[in-house]
Write a protein that binds this ligand. Structure first.
Ligand SMILES: [Zn+2]
Length: 447
């Protein structure tokens, strides 16, 4: 994967030229990405933490030691049973490898607590992946290094099995496109931080959490928190912790942060970095293009957020529509620095994407020529443009604004047949009468 990442960055810089199609830095065009990671599976702490995330609609990554957790009775009572992890995965959390027995991956450093050699590390990668794949119901692509470190040699081995490796500490935000996906940095949450922070104290804990979030938002990069237990060895202040989750829930709702698992953010980074845009057609009516990352779709299954700077003539459209594989969806209309974008999610390698404006105002029904009544003149518009596609306009018979003129539009005209819009063009006198009526009604209600 390393090779792919390096060569793609070159391609990415040539992106977004012609038709103004670009890939958002983060999914949903969020300002920054954020990941909550949890090591060593403390019980009951991480059951509480995982459930607290789920309750708030958040997802996290849990770095698990399958050997310690459920393969022996030795640790069984201090680690959650397998069912807990199965449940976590079902709730959208990611289970990452923390090796079977918490050995350091640095087999080449002469450490007593590390794998003895390269083969041991390889065997462990294969074993934990197989176990976790079954629970994740998808390919496990994240490893968190036990004891926090990785060497150049062990990194190269890990890269044969995983897309991303997380170290401990460092107190840094990761770049938008990290140079090295196998030394992903974290913010420590709990008393094990390299620089001692009193996480047990409510005020200190709260201030530190908001610092992490602020630093991430300011950088626009990828912030990762690293947790262990809640209030035993690592001494977090639980009240501050739960309030922090509330803050994150809010940042997710306002789309400031894209909060996702380490595996999904990594997949997005790879896919975004590899993505190329091919413009097929670009005119006043329609934009046609492809977005491809040429990566393995079974592994890279996180949709990209695509932003299209729309032509000037489209900026007054009510919304934009995206057609792909015979399916039409609406795109979000986003205005940034006076530029209008159509924003939508799409997997890479999804074939031809067609984007067009929808000028049809929401709430109109069947009055295609805007003369205030639904009549044969509207029916004529539907018939004249029958099966014509794009762009969505009332004046070309597209009554429901889906970009196609067909039986759905005919139905809409028919079902409103004979309807008249009494308010279509109010005369000044009528407005005064109407106002008078409203005032009278209001006056009466107040009595
Ligand atoms: Zn650990």
């Amino acid at each position: 994967m390393k090779n792919i990442l390096t060569c793609v960055i070159l391609v990415a810089s040539s992106l977004s030229a012609d038709a103004g199609v670009s890939i958002a830095t983060w999914k949903g065009n969020a300002l920054a990405a954020y990941t909550l990671t949890h090591d060593d599976s403390y019980r009951p702490d991480q059951e509480i933490m995982g459930n607290a995330l789920t309750e708030r609609g958040l997802v996290g990554t849990f770095f698990v030691n399958p050997g310690k957790c459920w393969d022996t009775a030795e640790y069984g009572w201090t680690r959650p049973p397998k069912e807990v992890f199965t449940e976590f995965a079902a709730q959208g959390h990611e289970l990452g490898s923390h090796t079977m027995w918490h050995q350091s991956v640095m087999y080449d450093q002469g450490l007593s607590y590390a794998f003895a050699n390269e083969q041991e590390l390889r065997d462990d990668c294969i074993q934990t992946k197989a176990i976790l794949d079954e629970l994740n119901q998808k390919s496990t692509q994240s490893i968190g290094y036990p004891w926090g470190g990785v060497s150049a040699a062990s990194q190269a081995v890990v890269a044969d099995y995983f897309l991303t490796g997380r170290v401990s500490g460092w107190g840094q935000t990761n770049d938008v496109s990290p140079d090295n996906m196998y030394t992903i940095k974290t913010y420590t949450c709990g008393a094990s931080s390299p620089v001692p922070i009193n996480f047990g104290d409510y005020d200190v804990c709260t201030a530190t959490f908001s610092q992490y979030v602020d630093k991430t938002l300011a950088s626009g990069g990828w912030g990762i928190e690293q947790y262990h237990d809640l209030n035993t060895t690592y001494k977090l202040n639980p009240e501050a912790y739960f309030e922090h989750l509330d803050v994150l829930q809010n940042k997710q709702a306002t789309n400031e942060l894209w909060i996702a698992t380490e595996g999904d953010v990594s997949r997005y980074v790879y896919s975004r970095s590899a993505a190329t845009v091919e413009n097929i057609q670009s005119d006043a009516e329609v934009l046609k293009f492809r977005v491809d990352d040429f990566l393995d779709d079974s592994l890279f299954d996180v949709p990209l957020t695509i932003m299209v700077e729309v032509p000037q003539a489209w900026t007054t459209a009510e919304q934009f529509l995206v057609s792909k594989n015979n399916e039409t969806r609406s795109a979000k209309k986003v205005v940034e620095d006076n530029t209008v974008y159509a924003v939508f999610d799409s997997l890479a390698n999804a074939g031809l994407i067609t984007l067009y404006p929808n000028f049809v105002a929401v709430g109109l029904s069947g009055d295609l020529n805007g003369d205030g009544s639904v009549s044969s003149r509207d029916l004529d518009l539907v018939r004249a443009n029958w099966t014509v596609v794009l762009p969505a306009k009332l004046s070309t018979g597209d009554a429901n604004g889906d970009g196609y003129v067909g039986s759905a539009d005919l139905d809409l005209v028919r079902s409103n047949w004979g309807a008249r819009s009494v308010m279509s063009v109010p005369e000044p006198a009528a407005v005064i009468l109407l106002l008078g009526g409203i005032l009278a009604a209001w006056h009466m209600r107040r009595r």
